[in-house]
Design a protein around this ligand. Structure first.
Ligand code: ATP
Ligand code: MG
Ligand code: MG
Length: 552
């Protein structure tokens, strides 16, 4: 695992500044507004902003909005919100679509230099004529059109004289280049579509490989960081900058994209999950989107720390999802108040406790952070405990409640199980216990010991609550068969990815607001869901359970 000190991108920047190749640093985060950002994007955001920050540089947020068909202002807004929420402030906000005129002029320059031509082959014919790694490509019959004819046709493409797919503008490089990306790649295509920013002003749009280097150059980006799959595109990136005679010369560097176990990380697939209503939106807590992680209860700090810890690598790898969980536990350990919640309630009657009496007991809010103080919680004759904290016939080493056994109620007393009440079908519906007043928590009672401590909630004042527990949406193991069987990932949706439990929380949770985070004793960390919580009933999303065998 690499950390900050072995970040090869950082070393490149240090070297560039030392050698005088650059005297400042400008990076950019360049999302295409065709979906919501996911944790992989968060990695790229942290990387670009942190690197520039370290060298007193600047980072721009640039919308790489050159494809009108899939883009939308809803995505633009969500991306801005997510970057801000992650804790970053961009120096400039740019839209690649504002450079359409400049892209066009640069394309005209290429034509004039004999470096680009209009081709009438269909996209499929172009693909088929590009050759393979072992076979050179075939030159297009339109490759040797005159400069005048190319200028005329390109202008008419812009005017809308041709239909989608009828013509493209291609770079004239080398059809036998060992790098297939250099075999006369398409620079412009026709798309009669309304663009979220430029409306119907354009019907030709630049391809990523042409637009991206020019965008970087126009904005004076020094270090253009992208993911590994663009490594083979770098010669084309450099070609475009050089042949278009851009005054600034940015350089592209590639790092391995983030992959996480059991996590789908592609906007296209995430959009399918939304469109097919597998989830309740882009911010469903099961989604690896930044907005989904936020709604699940992740904090910006936990995501930043995760991104920094995994570092940057030059080879693809897959990070264990437990690592992300580790960082939210660490972040919430001292921040989140600890309270008690019963997720699957079982009524307990304490038969020797006075009827009608309610006493208040003191409970610490976070034993690891005494500054969080204490709260008062009610205790009375009727309480709820967890169904699985009772067993009528316990296995060996079961130290919780069973007939004749005594346990400690957290913050309260020892209780002993005296009687099990069942319904007609034989289901346990109530437990009758006795309590020992001498064992009250905080009094220093040492008379005898019990092996089990369980949590509980006083019944008369308990606040009903829903709990949403999650498992991965898609299971990796099953997914591996995807290609063999010709199914899509949608065939491998985990039917148990959401479990809804109906239970109770302490009465003081009435004050809890959307996005507040708590540690429920023995259950883990939970977040108040902003979508389903009502004034009558809070809904808690489990962020992560408590146990972890994971070591960083
Ligand atoms: P997706 O395949 O999910 O649609 P993308 O790369 O097409 O992702 P962009 O909007 O183009 O999405 O990405 C913006 C930036 O985020 C790019 O610089 C891209 O390299 C980076 N990025 C996207 N996914 C990851 C990832 N999994 N890990 C690291 N960086 C990523
Ligand atoms: Mg992209
Ligand atoms: Mg994409």
């Amino acid at each position: 695992m690499e950390n900050k000190s072995s970040n090869f991108l950082r070393n490149i920047i240090i070297e560039d500044l030392k050698s005088g190749k650059e005297d400042h640093v400008i990076t950019r985060f360049p999302p295409e507004p065709n979906g919501y950002l996911h944790i992989g994007h968060a990695k790229s955001i942290c990387l670009n902003f942190d690197l520039a920050d370290e060298f007193n540089g600047k980072t721009n947020l640039r919308f790489d909005d050159t494809n009108p068909i899939k883009e939308d202002t809803e995505y633009v807004e969500s991306i801005k919100e997510d970057v801000k929420w992650l804790g970053y402030e961009w120096d400039n906000l740019f839209f690649a679509s504002n450079y359409f005129e400049e892209f066009y002029n640069r394309a005209v320059l290429l034509i004039k230099k004999g470096k680009a031509y209009v081709c009438d082959l269909s996209p499929e014919e172009i693909r088929n004529s590009r050759g393979t790694l072992t076979e050179p490509g075939k030159e297009s019959p339109y490759r040797n059109r005159s400069i005048e004819e190319n200028l005329d046709l390109f202008e008419r493409m812009r005017k809308g004289e041709f239909k989608d797919g009828e013509k493209v503008l291609r770079a004239k490089i080398d059809m036998s280049s060992p790098n297939i990306n250099l075999r006369d790649p398409i620079l412009y295509r026709i798309a009669h579509a309304t663009h979220h920013n430029t409306g119907n002003r354009w019907c030709i749009y630049p391809m990523y490989d042409f637009a991206h280097p020019l965008e970087d150059a126009i904005e004076g980006v020094t270090h253009s960081i992208c993911t590994l799959e663009f490594e083979d595109h770098r010669p084309l990136y450099d070609w475009a900058i050089q042949e278009c005679e851009m005054p600034n010369v940015p350089h592209q560097y590639e790092f391995a994209r983030l992959n996480i176990t059991n996590t789908v990380m592609s906007k296209r697939k995430l959009k399918l999950l939304v469109d097919e209503k597998v989830v309740d939106g882009w911010n469903d807590p099961r989604m690896p989107t930044i907005s989904g992680l936020r709604r699940k209860g992740y904090t910006p700090e936990s995501i930043q720390n995760f991104a920094r810890e995994i570092g940057v690598a030059k080879a693809d790898s897959i990070v264990d999802e437990k690592m992300l969980e580790h960082f939210i536990r660490e972040d919430l350990k001292l921040k989140a108040p600890r309270t008690m919640a019963v997720l699957q309630p079982l009524k307990v009657i304490i038969t020797n406790y006075p009827e009608g009496q309610v006493e208040m007991l003191e409970a610490e809010n976070n034993p690891e952070n005494p500054e969080m103080g204490v709260r008062q919680i009610p205790f009375s004759r009727e309480i709820y405990i967890e169904q699985d904290d009772f067993m009528e016939t316990p296995p060996p080493k079961y130290f919780r409640l069973f007939p004749g056994n005594e346990v400690r109620l957290k913050h309260a007393y020892f209780i002993k199980c005296q009687e099990v009440i069942k319904d007609d079908q034989g289901n346990v519906i109530e437990i009758h216990c006795t309590y020992d007043p001498e064992t009250k928590s905080g009094t220093g009672f040492t008379g005898r010991k019990v092996k089990g401590t369980i949590h509980w909630v006083e019944a008369s004042q308990a606040l009903p609550a829903d709990f949403h527990l999650y498992e991965p949406l898609i299971l990796d193991e099953q997914m591996k068969e995807e290609e063999e069987e010709g199914k899509t990932f949608l065939d491998y949706i985990n039917p148990n990815s959401l479990e809804v439990l109906k239970g109770f929380v302490e009465q003081n949770m009435k004050e809890a607001k959307a996005q507040d985070k708590f540690q429920f004793f023995r259950h883990g960390y939970f977040n108040v869901d902003p979508k389903y919580t009502t004034s009558e009933k809070p809904v808690f999303n489990r962020i992560v359970s408590l146990k972890s065998s994971f070591q960083v």
